[in-house]
Design a protein around this ligand. Sequence first.
Ligand SMILES: Nc1ncnc2c1ncn2[C@@H]1O[C@H](COP(=O)(O)OP(=O)(O)OP(=O)(O)O)[C@@H](O)[C@H]1O
Length: 472
Amino acid sequence: MSRREKTYLIPSHRPEGDDPRDILMERDRLEAIIESSFDGIYITDGSAVTLMINKSYEAISGLRREEVLGKDMRTLETTGVISRSGTLLAIEAGTSVTLEQTFKTGRRAIITSTPTFDQDNNIVMVVTNVRDVTEMYALKGQLEESWAQSKQYRDELEAMRRRLGSRPDLIAVDAATIATIRTADKLAPLDATVLIVGERGVGKSTVAKYIHSKSARKKGKFVTVSCGAIPPETMNEELFGVARDGEVRPGLFETGSGGTIFLNEVGELPPDIQMKVCRLIHEKTITRVGSPDPVRVDARVLASTSHDLEQLTAEKKLQEEFYYCLNALPVEVPPLRRRREDIIPFVQFFASELNKKYNMKKKFSQTALLGLKSYDWPGNVRELHNVVERTIVLSGRNPIELEDLPISDEIRLEEEDLAELTEPVDLRAILRQVERSYLDRAYARFGNVRDAAKSLGLDPSTFVRRRKRDAQ
Ligand SMILES: Nc1ncnc2c1ncn2[C@@H]1O[C@H](COP(=O)(O)OP(=O)(O)OP(=O)(O)O)[C@@H](O)[C@H]1O
């Protein structure tokens, strides 16, 4: 800044006898204070001609010194350099004026113009404090956007909860799981065979039960047939029942009449049984062992597999007809590692169930939770349940730490996993920004620290301290 500009700063009149060197030093000191202010400062003389602006003003407004220095506020207003002049309003009103100002650069600020009077009550100077609100508006925009987004999520969750209302034990937080549940919702009322596909322990039986609970057959039985667990020699009798020597023993399929039959690991069924199940699906009839008479079984068939049925068909382990019989409406339950947002809710859900069961109050530390979230879970939800149970029962510590997990050796927390841990640091920064905008707004509204602090329930010294801190 040139000397000539500086001479505007200190009024030219001075008491007789003052040393001009002292005055110059005093002026420099004042200059330095104004220049180092975080707020923008804009000073005019009593007739609204610009005397000085500081660096912060340039930064906030995007205007350059030479665009405004020596200019009358009326000119700046009419040429659109600034929207409305606080200085002119303050001169007119004879008191402080606060308003929002837009600059020709598109930036925005809250300004407070305060007139200074001489002994004869003439305005000699107007000092305007300028606070940047561009960032605040950007933040406000971001905040509104995330509000809108979280409202959308809340609505979706709410809708999902309404649908899951009768099944509070069904965890579906990750978008991938929600998509699976949506598909299940569409298929549930159709009374058609659905093939539920997914790795071991992902929740295929759980989805089958869900479909049953949302179907017209929900009041009927849900009969699970563990296809791999029934010895082949007795399978026919167990599934289709026996009618021999006037004695009838109904099989599993018959007990499911009126409800749903769930064929778990359907690929394990031997070929002769596969064709009989096809008949059950298409004609809703079976024949008991020992009798040629058809018996009506009005059941819906759901099936699950963790194998590639197409490959089993190519290998001739699965009859082609049976494959087409099953595969018309497939639903995929993704592995847990592809729906990681479910992991922590699962842990919390299982932990609360197990704490009740064992009368404990164990919790997992945040790092342990992130460790669990980062693990790949080859055994999916079933493995997760086992790990949570083992840890709750065996760990001597509360909260349970990462090292207490039986899988801790296999967990490698990467930086991106820990990003969730460092989130509170970002959050703190965001909160500071929000706090700052509130402090600034209050100050702009009341024009003084005391009232602004009071409006926010703070004492003035805290208000000043926080404002200073948040500005850094
Ligand atoms: N979405 C879910 N909400 C709550 N619990 C679940 C969910 N998915 C799975 N589980 C629980 O995880 C365990 C394994 O689930 P489930 O038996 O449904 O898996 P699966 O895929 O049918 O297993 P498998 O392939 O071994 O037959 C069960 O204890 C089940 O209650």
